[in-house]
Write a protein that binds this ligand. Sequence first.
Ligand code: PLP
Length: 392
Amino acid sequence: MRYKKRKYFLAGRINLIQRSKIRELFEKARKMKNVISLGIGEPDFDTPEVIKEAAKRAIDEGYTHYTPNAGIPEFREAIAEYYRSHYRIDVSSDDIIVTAGAYEATYLAFQTLLEAGDDVIIPDPAFVCYAEDAKIAEAGIIRLPLREENDFQINPDELLEAITKRTRVLVVNYPNNPTGAVLTKETVRAIADIAEDYNLYILSDEPYEHFLYEGAKHYPMIKYAPDNTILANSFSKTFAMTGWRLGFTIAPKQVIRDMIKLHAYVIGNVTSFVQIAGITALRDRRSWEAVKRMRHTYAERRKVVLKYLEEMPHLTPFRPKGAFYVWAKIDPELDMSSEDFANWLLENARVVVIPGTAFGKAGEGWVRISYATKRGQLIEAMERMKEALSGL
Ligand code: PLP
């Protein structure tokens, strides 16, 4: 299409959003041959067969129309049932809204809870969407550094210091992207107490809950601060369903009711047959067996990556207990920024890793390595990195 040359006008709000800084790195990688990407935050597995079959059957059975805005009642019930049986949390299906992944949950939560000028506390480093969604909500952003000496958990004392009179929301994301950190029960309890004392909502984004290693456990925030938690979860990682756009939010009734109002005019409802497949994902034994297999495979790969990194010069891994990322520290002696390092690695090893600064200023000096990549590729990437870094 050839558009007429004319002056367009755009809302200022849209310029608040920053496109991902790592696009250039990916662009550069795309133009090169024989590159292995450890940059992607997406399972390399196919969606379990039983879930795909359920979606196909649902189409044939006529699930091709609008559904209630909040989601198909049986699916919401299956989600409530999952929390009751997995975590012994008494969730009611009325407190659930089915969303287009966890992305939508953050958008809805911030738009529903934050007035212009309110503050939201976002850890640093953190997954990229929180800060951008906060900007669209015209909220003030307070970054709360996560420290290695604290295993990248939120430090309750530092959290207390960060709270302002206008702080309304705190973002919590464990198992964590990008660090792979998990929270201990004590920290979850401490955060829950602070949220209650200061009347904050916690947006707890928990899509990696099933990817845990070395005996780590997940403590859903909602269990410890039920009146203050907006729980965002997703089928994307658990069931390798990123393209299906299926997730959900659980929150106190008055919040959910208002989130549904916005959702109704943005999404309407999540795709009908995808919701039906979601029921199978949660209720069928075979889909959970697939999750278990994926977890074992990730665990094996995690070991491989850690072993290589421990032997490799110039990179020191933090030992992650969750998700499918390794957060590795760049040797300060190299005197390279995260971005320079990632570029250097692309040029010299033909491997893509994500510079830590993509996740916030506190990510300087670090890179994120994703092991959601086939074992053979992963080993090849590690060999290449080892060779390139040994030459430095
Ligand atoms: N939250 C975190 C922490 C993520 O890592 C991701 C995806 O990488 C998302 C949310 C978005 O997931 P979804 O596909 O459910 O929208």
